[in-house]
Design a protein around this ligand. Structure first.
Ligand code: ZN
Length: 211
């Protein structure tokens, strides 16, 4: 399988290429490019986040919980008061840490985090969050989710390519390693899989209402 550095670089390279293509094809607003590239990088590293207590996992856990709680703090301050906003933000931080840990306790390496539904869940979820929570323009919201997907699926593809052994044996020969077929999958552990598909259903509901 491809390593951490390879995944980061591949996500960045495909991210830069697809940001250019997005501008050319859809006039994607370029002032949000940092965000697009950030999302591609997050997507590119997320599938391997489930290695127990790995640095990527812990980084994701704390940054993810922190960003989630700040989003809720903003909502609280906007709709109620600063005090309530801080309270909701703090509560959300510890709740998110707990939920991420709980989710992780079910998974093994190359488990649910390394699956197609996880990518779809993240991509649609980010479009919803960008549009409804941060009030980004529609196109920018699509961009945020879309570049996450670009990074995520590039990671899965790269892992599958690494599990092919390409050589020469009276013509080109392609052999499959044992890990072939474990990167692209539609399901993994039972409960997280059920949870993800139901969550995608909820996200799609919001997604359809955009625009
Ligand atoms: Zn991987």
């Amino acid at each position: 399988m491809a390593g951490f550095d390879t995944h980061f670089t591949t996500a960045t390279v495909t991210g830069i290429g697809s940001i250019g293509a997005g501008y050319l094809l859809f006039h994607l607003p370029l002032e949000y490019s940092y965000l697009y590239l950030g999302m591609a990088m997050v997507g590119g590293i997320l599938p391997d986040v489930d290695e127990p207590n790995s640095i990527p996992f812990r980084t994701f856990k704390y940054i993810g919980a922190g960003l989630g709680s700040i989003a809720l703090l903003q909502l609280g301050v906007k709709h109620w008061s600063v005090g309530i906003g801080i309270g909701i933000g703090l509560g959300a931080y510890f709740l998110l840490l707990f939920l991420i840990g709980f989710f992780q306790s079910f998974t093994r390496h190359r488990g649910i985090f390394h699956s197609i539904p996880m990518g779809v869940f993240g991509g649609i979820g980010l479009v919803d969050i960008g549009y409804y929570l941060f009030h980004f323009p529609v196109l920018v919201s699509y961009g945020i989710g879309g570049f996450f997907l670009v990074g995520f699926f590039t990671h899965l593809l790269l892992d599958e390519l690494y599990s092919l052994k390409i050589g020469w044996d009276k013509g080109i020969s392609i052999k499959k390693r044992r890990s072939f077929g474990t990167a692209f999958k539609f399901k993994s552990e039972l409960y997280p899989t059920i949870f993800l598909y139901s969550a995608i259903g909820g996200e799609l509901f919001l997604f359809m209402a955009i625009g």
